[in-house]
Design a protein around this ligand. Structure first.
Ligand code: MTE
Ligand code: MOS
Length: 752
């Protein structure tokens, strides 16, 4: 069962925002954004811009009929800057005209003057100034302060990780058009249709039922369209509400890179205490999160950093603190892994440093400290059905690790310039939104009289294959051919109050709701059949492969005939259902609870070859054992694994955001911001799914797959570090992501 969208994508027939046939009279918007990072606006003059031929409107904060506020969790973000600007790229106004070209040219005709303030870009500096997004939070287990003196080895350090640009293939965009009576329909490239609906309603001063949001699919989101698809959609809604005409806004790539937030960079301090035998007894860490100029999703991302700070290890005494710091950068946002990659990198850095001190392979410490059933996470959840060790052991066996180490050792002894390195990277990722409320979804299922089926859910298809998985659910419950099932666009009028498609929960939540809706219809169909045979001693009614079975015996009644008969007898062939993840909770006062439905585990073995003359490197292989439960769709899951790994490697190695002193992003195009391409990707990515059929976990006992594979990319960092050390044993690791070839080269030849 391949991805439903595969053929459309390959033929270029899939429809994204910019591919839509627009309604007659559509106008085009372009955004005027701040060229300075922190300033007061002292003059703003649109008189010249207004008179440019083809311009139909210019909109600013003054034109908003409702509230100038788009903050989701914290109400701290305006749609259009009014008095002050807080980052380069912050929207100030939009120009709407007959063409995209005219609108973009006209932006330059707006006269704007600023008085500049001193910006802050460094999170530690903003912390010192007391500029925080939200109060600091700490998770703790045991008693670190008491434990340090019992440790045989103490290590401390600082770890840095950079941001990351999403580079979804479809840039941010929306198309809005007015209908009658002040209602607006918005076609948006968003992971969160309800967020767009709710915030558009607030900004326009309308009730939510006057805004309809529709998402056919999006050209990648990776978290970048969870909150940050909102402003562009709301801008088009505002302009179309005011002008009573359709308005389209699709950001150019450079605009998208400059104006939107990225993965949060983190600067962290840690301390770790170990026993002589290599048990990690205590771990203390403080994350300084660079949130940018507004909260966006930073508080939620901070939470996931807290949850995943100890990765897949059991540490009896831990104190984890996260400080969300306000800086003059675009508000940073969700990005695959959602704060976990940053936290895991600190943990692994600490382990590598400790191993170095002990003169052993880090994998010895990693294995020794793997979490097992009955162990407690810092947030009070007791682990059940752990597969951390099973994944580790399977990887050792399946990929003949001992031989791998031997081969690499031999290679390194024979080569002076080329050095190889290997790393093991175990991962742990909790599945469920950490905000318990969001763990719900709905589905609306119609069976038409010809037996074809239409499914609407809250899930947004973004390339991750959720629509295919939802089709599989309906096909499996009804036991009918998957080609009879169509998944509709995600639409707030059909399915309401949607949680964003995020936190890797898309298939679990929406598949769960689809399953219940289909089961309800199936139940009605079975009752209809048994009513028909009331006097015939009927024990079971089943549908298998589109045929009705009575008492286990095949009948001549086929699916489409059954549907037709049921309709004739006035049986309802539609159902709406709601699913909420059972038994999860979290007490934010105590910072304890059981926030996750389950955990995903796995291990990656990474081998790299480093050219120590040039600093460039090749990733020979990433070999993974991954617990996907009972994989629901192997091809899709494999695609998610491969894509996630490569995206993670990109963050760890070559994706480097560079800023000028004044905060201007220097890497604002594909020529300066390098993402992995097929030549850079590992030569080999092997995935062995640990078949783990017995546990009751996600939809049809599968486990969510969207984000966890990203974490394996961190392994490449440490494989490179090992190779560097082979060339230069006195290497001083800096524990700083990304480890670009430039940084490798400088470190290899740094003066002692
Ligand atoms: N895969 C593709 N092709 N495109 C994407 O945008 N987003 C990732 C992941 N895989 C993404 C992707 C992120 S950040 C998440 S949270 C999940 O998919 C969301 O979808 P799911 O919940 O259905 O797994
Ligand atoms: Mo994914 S970062 O939860 O959209």
């Amino acid at each position: 069962m391949k991805n439903t969208d595969a053929c459309l994508h390959v033929r270029g027939e899939s429809v994204f925002i910019d591919d839509r046939l627009v309604p007659e009279g559509t106008l085009y918007a372009a955004v005027l954004s701040s060229p300075v990072p922190h300033a007061k606006i002292i003059e703003f003059d649109i008189s010249k811009a207004k008179s440019v031929e083809g311009v139909e409107g210019i909109f600013t904060a003054d034109d908003i009929p409702g509230v100038n506020q788009i903050g989701n969790i914290i109400k701290d973000e305006v749609l259009f800057a009014d008095e002050e600007v807080h980052y380069i790229g912050q929207p100030i106004a939009i120009v709407v005209s007959k063409s995209d070209v005219i609108s973009h040219k006209t932006i330059n005709e707006i006269k704007i003057e600023f008085v500049k303030f001193t910006p802050v870009f460094d999170p530690r500096e903003s912390y010192k100034k007391g500029q925080l997004i939200t109060p600091t939070r700490t998770f703790s287990l045991g008693d670190v302060d008491n434990e340090w003196k019992k440790c045989d080895l103490l290590i401390e350090g600082t770890v840095e990780s950079g941001g990351q640009e999403h580079i979804y293939m479809e840039t941010q965009g929306a198309l809005a058009y007015p209908s009658e009576d002040g209602t607006i329909k918005i076609i948006s490239s968003t992971q969160a249709p309800t967020a767009v609906q709710r915030i558009a309603a607030n900004v326009l001063g309308l009730p939510m039922n006057k805004i309809e949001v529709d998402v056919l699919r999006i050209g990648g989101g990776f978290g970048g369209k969870e909150d940050q698809a909102v402003p562009w959609a709301v801008m088009t809604a505002l302009a179309s509400f005011k002008l009573k005409k359709p308005v389209k806004l699709v950001l150019h790539r450079k605009e998208d890179i400059i104006m939107t937030g990225k993965r949060h960079s983190y600067s962290s301090d840690y301390k770790m205490g170990l026993s002589k035998g290599g048990k990690i007894l205590a771990y203390e860490v403080t994350f300084y999160q660079n949130a940018g100029a507004a909260a966006d999703l930073s508080t939620a991302i901070m939470e996931r950093s807290l949850f995943h700070a100890t990765n897949s290890y059991y540490i009896p005494n831990a104190k984890i603190t996260c400080i969300s710091c306000k800086t003059n950068l675009p508000p940073n946002t969700a990005f695959r892994g959602f704060g976990a990659p940053q936290a895991l990198f600190v943990m692994e850095s600490a382990i590598y440093k400790a191993a170095d001190k002990l003169g052993i392979n880090p994998s010895v410490l990693q294995e020794k400290n793997l979490i097992k059933d009955g162990d407690e996470f810092t947030y009070g959840m007791i682990l059940k059905n752990s597969t951390a060790r099973k994944c580790w052991q399977t990887a050792e066996k399946h990929y003949s690790i001992e031989k791998l180490y031997k081969d690499v050792k031999e290679f390194n002894s024979k080569n002076k310039i080329f050095k190889k390195g290997i790393s093991m990277m175990p991962i742990c990722f909790g599945i469920s939104f950490t905000n318990t409320m969001l763990n719900q979804a709905s589905a609306l299922v119609h069976v038409y009289t010809d037996g074809s089926v239409s499914v609407s859910t809250a899930a947004v298809e973004m390339g991750q294959g959720v629509n295919t998985k939802i089709r599989q659910v309906a096909s499996e419950v009804f036991s009918i051919n998957i080609n009879r099932i169509r998944v509709e666009s995600t639409n707030t009028s059909r399915v309401s109050n949607t949680s964003p498609t995020a936190a890797s929960t898309g298939a679990d939540l929406n598949g769960g709701a689809t399953r219940i809706a289909c089961m309800n219809i199936l139940e009605r169909l079975k009752n209809f059949v048994s009513d028909k045979h009331k006097n015939q001693n009927l024990k079971t009614v089943e549908i298998m492969d589109e045929v009705v079975y009575l008492n286990g015996k095949k009948t001549g009644l086929k699916w489409d005939e059954l549907i037709n008969e049921a309709y004739t007898n006035r049986i309802s062939l539609s159902a709406q259902a709601h699913y909420a993840t059972p038994d999860i909770y979290f007490d934010k006062k105590k910072e304890k609870g059981e926030p996750f439905a389950y955990h995903v585990f796995g291990v990656a073995v990474t081998e790299v070859t480093l050219d120590c003359l040039k600093g460039i490197y090749e990733i020979d292989s990433v070999k993974i054992v991954h617990d996907a439960g009972k994989s629901f769709n192997r091809l899709i899951d494999l695609g998610q694994m491969e894509g996630g790994v490569v995206q993670g490697i990109g963050w760890a190695t070559i994706e480097e955001l560079m800023y000028a002193k004044d905060g201007k992003l220097l890497t604002d195009s594909f020529s300066t911001y390098k993402i992995p391409d097929i030549y850079f990707a590992p030569f080999e990515i092997k995935v062995h799914f640990l078949e783990n059929k017995n546990t009751q976990v996600g939809i049809f006992n599968s486990k969510a797959i969207g984000e966890p594979p990203f974490l394996y990319g961190i392994g490449t960092y440490f494989a490179l570090t090992k190779a560097m050390k082979e060339f230069r044993p006195d290497l001083k690791e800096k524990f700083s992501i990304p480890l670009t070839p430039e940084k490798v080269l400088l470190a290899l030849y740094e003066k002692p």
